[in-house]
Design a protein. Sequence first.
Lengths: 206, 206
Amino acid sequence: MSATKSSNIHWHGANVTQSERESILGQKGAVIWLTGLSASGKSTIARRAEQLLLERGVATYVLDGDNIRFGLNKDLGFAPADRTENIRRIGEVGKLFADACVITLTAFISPYRADRDKVRELMPAGSFFEVYVHAPIEVCEARDPKGLYKKARAGQIPEFTGISAPYEEPAAAELVLRTGDIDVDGCAMALVNHLVEKGFIPAASV
Amino acid sequence: MSATKSSNIHWHGANVTQSERESILGQKGAVIWLTGLSASGKSTIARRAEQLLLERGVATYVLDGDNIRFGLNKDLGFAPADRTENIRRIGEVGKLFADACVITLTAFISPYRADRDKVRELMPAGSFFEVYVHAPIEVCEARDPKGLYKKARAGQIPEFTGISAPYEEPAAAELVLRTGDIDVDGCAMALVNHLVEKGFIPAASV
């Protein structure tokens, strides 16, 4: 077959539309953006929600420090400009995952309101859910699973959110999960129910 | 419920294992890395393969210039260091998608062998497929859908791959698709069949 001929026959396929993709996969993409202090429970809630979603056959993925800070963002530090670029890239990756119809949970302190708002603006309207994972700092500090608060109090970690760097609370989060009052299953179920209510995933078959 | 109590009851969920995720979703994640000259057919093949995969119910996603250069990598230019960082980030994102069990197709010229090899090294063994989308440069230049070769010949685009910048051919690509000889459906089907043969997606039900 000549090159000229091959360039005539079906050499430009139409793209899949987003509604075709959603229909085939049986779900719509979204970014569930968990924000809150260190040890407030973000990653634990995200991992539990991931389990619940997969048990329903929903394609889902968690972006957190473990898979981002040592990979995509390993060139970034913790100065304000780097923190902003960190969140920007995570937002862009979340947008790609949501475009692929994956329910995407992100678990980052993301202390600056402006950074979170920029991610919201990136996303198609209604597909970004800001979730404030809230616990009083005394509760987080008492948990301190990695000993970070202890180090921060000892001055060994500069610019530690809640101690020596600000955390800007969400002004209008879609959900607030108070992890001092509700256990991890309750928080994770609240996320799943929210996705069902908003029509992103089907209700569980009985 | 007191904070102390809530931190005792199931506040650390086990993570989903990769084999559990694969079993639930019925597919394994992979990165199909299409490399080749401008207008060799990378994006067209990727989009057609995406259609074929979705028709089978397979979760898949294409990363290409349209969704990367104006988003995640909008801060990068075309100097060698920026090209390398461009490919590094795409590789890291592809790794995340594959970890989510999505069949991930990437369509970038990616002219440097070292950059492509670094992506291969990032990925779990056997889940990276380098696909050389090959057409003689005369064929690509005759297609020239965006008029880029014309501009490059006129000296209006510096460092244009194949004209004024090198393209380093793959030394050991998993597949070579000769788009001067095979049409887009044939190329896309070759990718799908390769995924079936390697056990990443089920054979089509008859």
